[in-house]
Design a protein around this ligand. Structure first.
Ligand code: CCH
Length: 278
């Protein structure tokens, strides 16, 4: 297969998404989460973190509690990496998120290749840069403002919780946010506004919000999006207008995947150590 044939990589990723023995029959949601966590370590002040360098290959980052369970996503993608050894992990992980979202009926997202893997362990960002689901609006703002996002983008990105589920043995939280967790939509926003959410302790004693039937859930950080008036405005807009949500999500997710990727003249990402000397 010719180096640079990203359409072939996309096809190979699509093939590993249906998965009879994994969550809801799909590897899609956990691939989206891998792309997000690989990128969401970015700190705009220091220019450190982000998807370039695929630093989650290193134990320090892989073992950040927030990344529990992402070893599944990395393992699912390993055969694709073997098939296309020329693609960097940093490109593969971010592309897989984009392909998974499209595969699950989500918007098309701009994605550019060129990230590199050969980055020293000393550039692994410190643990603790990803959001903590037990907290509220101030925490969410401080984490996402650090990456360079605004309130509207925060709410749009949070709409990814239309996908997948929480696992008691990974985060301590349990259950899906929506009834069809392998299909992208704006249902999450509708449910946030329209369902009755009750604070309950789950099977492992962790407090979360559940619907009447204990089938669906919300994290404390999800509830902060309806509690905070500025966030809530966007939740209402996205609940009412699916097209607006898709457009804003695509823009914000595309931006997320580019965080920390400084490109040279041919679009190739400059290595982190090169950037540190700039
Ligand atoms: Fe998330 N997320 N997320 N999330 N997330 C979890 C699962 C997914 C937070 C916490 C959690 C985003 C923002 C936030 C996904 C995408 C995004 C889980 C359960 C927790 C906890 C993990 C487990 O137990 O397996 C918090 C806190 C925030 C912000 O404040 C953003 C942004 C995105 C992407 C754009 C996806 C997808 C999942 C499902 C993963 C799966 O395995 O099904």
């Amino acid at each position: 297969m010719a180096a640079g044939d990203y359409m072939a990589v996309r096809d190979a990723i699509k093939k590993i998404i249906p998965h009879s023995s994994y969550d809801d029959g799909s590897a899609g949601p956990v691939l989206v989460r891998l792309a997000w966590h690989a990128s969401g370590t970015y700190d705009k002040k220091s220019g450190t973190g982000g998807s370039n360098g695929s630093t989650m290959r290193y134990k320090l980052e892989a073992s950040d509690e927030a990344n529990n369970g992402l070893e599944y996503a990395r393992k699912f993608l390993e055969p694709v990496k073997q098939q296309f050894p020329w693609i960097s992990y940093a490109d593969l992980w971010t592309l897989a998120g984009v392909v998974a979202i499209e595969y699950m009926d989500g918007p098309k997202i701009d994605w550019k290749p060129g990230r590199v893997d050969d980055v020293d362990e000393q550039y692994v960002p410190p643990n603790g840069r990803l959001p903590d689901a037990t907290q509220g609006e101030d925490h969410i703002r401080s984490i996402f403002y650090r990456m360079g996002f605004n309130d509207q983008e925060i709410v749009a990105l949070s709409g990814a919780h239309n996908l997948g589920r929480c696992h008691a043995d990974r985060s301590g939280f349990e259950g899906p946010w929506v009834p069809m967790p392998t299909r992208f939509s704006n249902t999450y926003f509708k449910l946030l506004l329209r369902s009755q959410w009750h604070k309950r302790k789950n099977s492992v004693g962790v407090e979360q919000y559940n619907d009447e039937d204990n089938e669906l859930m919300m994290l404390p950080t999800d509830m902060a999006l309806v509690k905070d008036p500025k966030f809530r405005d966007w939740v209402e807009k996205y609940a009412d207008d699916k097209d607006l949500f898709y457009a804003d999500f695509a823009a914000a997710f595309g931006k997320l995947l580019e965080l920390g990727v400084i490109r040279g003249p041919e679009g190739k990402a400059l290595r982190q150590y090169a950037r540190a000397k700039l």
